[in-house]
Design a protein around this ligand. Sequence first.
Ligand code: M6R
Length: 609
Amino acid sequence: MCGIVGYVGGQSATPIIVEGLRKLEYRGYDSAGVAVIHGGQTQIRRAVGKLKNLDKLLLEQPLTGSLGIGHTRWATHGRPSEQNAHPHETDGITVVHNGIIENYLQLKQRLQEMGRKFKSETDTEIMAHLVATEMQGGKDFVTAVRSALSQVRGAYAFVILCQKEPDKIITAKNASPIVLGIGDDESFVASDIPALLAHTRKVVFLEDGQMAVLTKKEVTITTLKGEPVQFTPRHIDWSPVMAEKGGHKHFMHKEIFEQPTAIADTIRGRVLMEEARVHLDGMNLDVKSLRRLVIVACGTSYHSGLVGKFIIEAIARIPVEVDLASEFRYRSPVIDKETGILAISQSGETADTLAAIKEGKSLGASVFAVCNVIESSIARECLGSGGVLYTHAGPEIGVASTKAFTTQLVALYLLAIHFGRERGTLSKEKATEMLNHLRQIPQQIEGMLSREASLISIARRYSKARDFLYLGRGPNYPIALEGALKLKEISYIHAEGYSAGEMKHGPIALIDDKMPTVGIATSGPFYEKTVSNLEEVRAREGKLIIIATEGDSKIATIADDVFLVPKNDPLLDPILTVVPLQLIAYHIADLNGTDVDQPRNLAKSVTVE
Ligand code: M6R
């Protein structure tokens, strides 16, 4: 997501920091800033937009000094603006931060009651105030940071400077990455390796719950309690291109592997376990007066809308229609004030989806969005109406949507639980059970990703097929559509997704021993029916690759290949079953040598009709 670079040594810090941030540009950002301590003073420069704007500012108002930190921000709390750009400073404490502070509202309120004034809308600024407060109470910089960290809940990578102790940088992490670079009489810190490679290949990855103090001469690491941590630096021999992709061959592969973190970030801070409720920041929808919901979206986001219909109707008992955004606006839709229109969009810039919500708004509906990009056109269109629920997937660079899709599904599940609780269709007990199931998902996906080798073998066996059929039922029917879309868009192989029950009404005619069928038959209410549809494929000598649930010993008797997903609530299965389909599509495309990240004829953001 955001980029961090810090430097302490004998050289001028600013160019090292800005060049380091440039190496992290591929991650996407909306503003950037640098802070340097020189002559006992902290000086900060920040600019909205691309790094060239910061370059220009630094030319007009240069920063000298050999200790500093910098940041490129991808907004989560607070719109992109100079005021919200990092670094944030108060009383000589300067902070940059990646991640989300879950308890920031409580902390902010407490600090305001103590008379502290905030200059930004960010959660990050809280950390500067916490450290400053601790230091005013007599603590030194290191002890103050440690005690501030003990008050913060959530995901973070902090890098902090203190004007009173201008020889050091402190960094700490929990769930967001931090890598330390060790040079000769200089030390570096960054959120990712590419920022360091021009200066050193000797690095240390900070672990969760660790804190490091960097000076020109040395790097020391401790736990948050202050216990010393022994470490051995690693030598990184990645090329700069490999480093950008975190060692993965393609961004798509990297993004598939980022799903556990992206999902955890989307859930973080939104679940109130004690009340079994969901807190949705940024949503102003009058949930109780909603009579009907219309979801509008395109492509992969449309598929998450189809899963959303299933989840919201099951949990909140609100009738949901799902429309392709490009169809909705031209079919004279029946919309009134009691209809809510939900736009789903990763980019927030898809022209058809934007036009659909404008149309809905003009007909009197409340419009709201599930979106990944803060301040995007769709988000802005919804802010004054029903609001926006942001997925915290971070920038998605591969054209094929992966982590954006699974985080959309998580957002829709949270939305359904919120609707259900507000409208009284979901009991506290049932909601507790669902939220517990949801929280297992990141770990369950980690487990599946560690079994990638078996999906590579499947991809090898079928990479030369020219047509594929994907079948699923219930909430896995949209996953059949999504699996087929993933394969066709990156490998250019023809693939069709169908509801398994519809197969006998047409597509069954296609089946022969040359056409592989991917069936999704997880345990739950649709299992038996799906399996009998898949048996019909088998009876016609079709090749069967089946995604089933762990513990299903029977499925191997009809399948040529099986991949088992962990057991969870059947309503959550789509978040799990799509992962092997993403990897099968990815490996088939890679084996066929297509341009996985930028497939022909496709754009990441479709801003034309
Ligand atoms: O940014 P959006 O979610 O609005 O984009 C919608 C589609 O263009 C997008 O999902 C597209 O289908 C992807 N290439 C799918 O991988």
